[in-house]
Design a protein. Structure first.
Length: 188
């Protein structure tokens, strides 16, 4: 069991409320704490990256460089609570004009970390957009302190996870529709 779940549940609840407020302050529409057992990881998810995303292999936070579904399952098993962060509707996940999800998730992870949750780790939405061009040819990230993989890059079934948390998410039928995007911060 996580060290923080052994602590006062009242403190944890207060902190989670504070983290939700911070997420909204940073530009999220909503944020809800979830049990990590609600996070669904499926091997097929990365097929959507490999056969459907033009950024596959072009960002150091994307597959094949991101954690595999098996690695992510092991990581998720070390946590019990996460914060699911809702953004949207967005212009395009990974390339937002209104709110940069990658920056918000980084700032939120940092805030949670400095609140004493030293294992906090964020997962964004879509390909990393922190640099105009990824430094992939040199083989190292220019912003490793900020860059985080997306949930889907790690095999997380975002649709199933979001539905487990009580949100609705639908498949878009037209490029004219704007997606609702989600990020995740593993808390404790």
């Amino acid at each position: 069991m996580s060290e923080y779940l052994r602590m006062d549940k009242e403190r944890l609840e207060k902190d989670l409320k504070r983290f939700r407020e911070k997420a909204i302050e940073l530009g999220a529409e909503d944020a809800v704490p979830i049990k990590t057992k609600q996070i669904v990881i499926r091997n097929w998810v990365r097929l959507k990256c490999k056969y459907g995303c033009s950024m596959y292999g072009k960002r150091l936070t994307c597959p094949p460089y991101s954690p595999t579904p098996d690695e992510m399952r092991k990581i998720i098993n070390e946590y019990e609570i996460a914060l699911l962060v809702k953004f949207g509707p967005c212009v395009e996940c990974g390339f937002e004009k209104e709110v940069n999800i990658h920056k918000v998730i980084y700032e939120l992870e940092r805030y949670i970390f400095f609140s004493g949750y030293y294992a906090a780790f964020g997962l964004a939405c879509g390909p990393c957009n922190l640099c105009p061009e990824c430094n992939i040819k040199e083989g190292y990230c220019l912003k490793p302190h900020m860059a985080r993989p997306s949930m889907e890059a790690c095999g997380i079934d975002v649709f199933a996870t979001v539905r487990n948390a009580g949100f609705e998410l639908k498949v878009l039928k037209s490029y004219d529709e704007r997606p609702v995007c989600f990020g995740l911060v593993l808390v404790t």
